[in-house]
Ligand binder design. Structure first.
Ligand SMILES: Nc1nc2c(ncn2[C@@H]2O[C@H](COP(=O)(O)OP(=O)(O)O)[C@@H](O)[C@H]2O)c(=O)[nH]1
Ligand SMILES: [Mg+2]
Ligand SMILES: [Zn+2]
Length: 337
């Protein structure tokens, strides 16, 4: 990790020829030399809860950051009161460059496409096998968002006590995307958490999916009680009795904080409008080889597209080609419930 404190006003001045001696040396002070690094765990109305050296502290963005917003998963430099005591407030003076971003689309509640989670390594796409019904369309959009955002996908199919996973596995089982199927009983024995945990080691994993699929249940089963109490602290700070999932919430899987899970509010859709159609195909590894014979700059939805033959020859499920075309056609549209 880059150390903070190397950037000083002095450096800034020295990079500008001719200005070296325009300011008296006594005015040259290190910029936030005392800053500490932290990670944003959750955000609530402009107040950010950050983990700094094992303490959770509340912070707000410093004015100098301008319009740039810090989001869950961001690594930030903080100054001010870092004690973490009640009613103290630190300031975030810098946001480290992100290794990945997960964006949600604009919707009726919020007209802007926003980054929901920064720096996640993995996207756990959670789908209930029933209640609510699986939505392959949403899964496809999540896969595109994962590939585009630089995250590895993981499929988690919950509620196998209510319906079998066969149909979904037909569509997604052969894609070289790791998957886990869980049930109510396995949640209770701890088997569900154990099997999901195998995929989480050393990573930051963002859990996404439609509301009601079981994300929070699973995240709670994954995070040991004592570490979840960190969230209790979060709630005390934000003044809310319970974490209402309006912001994402990062929780450590173990006390060494090498692995993280991020619970997110029910995501209906991801912003795909900015993604080039040629990159959407990466989320369809079963179809991708079939595009080798497509005309140049094929939209994959035109008469000469080679994918029709690819599917007709039995290399891939026609339902997958249908999914791809529907997704390409509705990239900018919203995913309805
Ligand atoms: N039958 C069944 N219900 C589950 C399972 N996992 C979660 N649920 C229930 O599904 C509902 C929604 O769960 P929740 O974790 O709040 O979903 P979220 O909106 O994705 O966070 C709750 O009533 C859970 O108890 C499961 O494996 N089987
Ligand atoms: Mg939830
Ligand atoms: Zn094509």
């Amino acid at each position: 990790m880059r150390r903070y404190g190397k950037h000083t006003d002095e450096d800034d001045i020295r990079t500008r020829p001719g200005r070296r001696n325009t300011r008296p040396r006594t005015n040259i002070r290190p910029k936030h030399e005392d800053a500490a690094w932290g990670m944003v765990l959750t955000v609530d109305r402009g107040r950010l809860t950050c983990l700094v050296e094992g303490r959770t502290i509340t912070a707000m963005k410093a004015r100098e950051l301008g319009r740039k917003a810090a989001v869950v998963g961001d690594r930030v430099a903080l100054v001010g009161d870092l004690s973490g005591q009640k009613d103290t407030l630190a300031r975030i003076v810098r946001i480290e460059e992100r290794t990945s971003v997960l964006r949600r689309t604009a919707d009726d509640d919020d007209p802007y496409e926003r980054v929901v989670v920064a720096n996640a390594d993995q996207l756990a796409i959670v789908t209930a096998l029933a209640d609510p019904e699986p939505r392959p369309r949403l899964i496809d959009r999540c896969l595109v968002a994962a590939f585009d955002g630089g995250l590895t996908p993981l499929l988690v199919m919950t509620k196998s006590d209510l319906a079998p996973p066969d149909q979904l596995l037909e569509l997604y089982g052969d894609l070289d995307i790791p998957y886990v199927v869980t049930s109510r009983a396995e949640l209770e024995t701890g088997d569900a958490a154990d099997r999901v945990r195998e995929h989480l080691h050393g990573k930051i994993t963002a859990f996404v999916g439609h509301s009601g699929v079981g994300k929070t249940t699973l995240v709670n089963a994954l995070v040991p009680e004592d570490l979840r109490r960190t969230t209790g602290h979060v709630n005390a700070v934000t003044g809310r009795g319970r974490h209402t999932t309006t912001s994402a919430l990062a929780l450590p899987l173990s006390s060494d904080t090498g692995s993280w899970v991020v619970d997110t509010p029910g995501v209906r859709s991801f912003g795909l409008a900015h993604i080039d159609p040629s990159r959407v195909i990466h989320a369809f590894p079963d179809l991708e080889p079939g595009t080798a014979n497509c005309p140049r700059a094929c939209s994959h939805d035109e008469p000469d597209c080679a994918l029709d033959a690819w599917v007709a020859e039995g290399h891939a499920d026609p339902a997958r080609l249908y999914s791809l075309r529907r997704l390409l056609a509705t990239r900018e549209a919203k995913e309805g419930d």
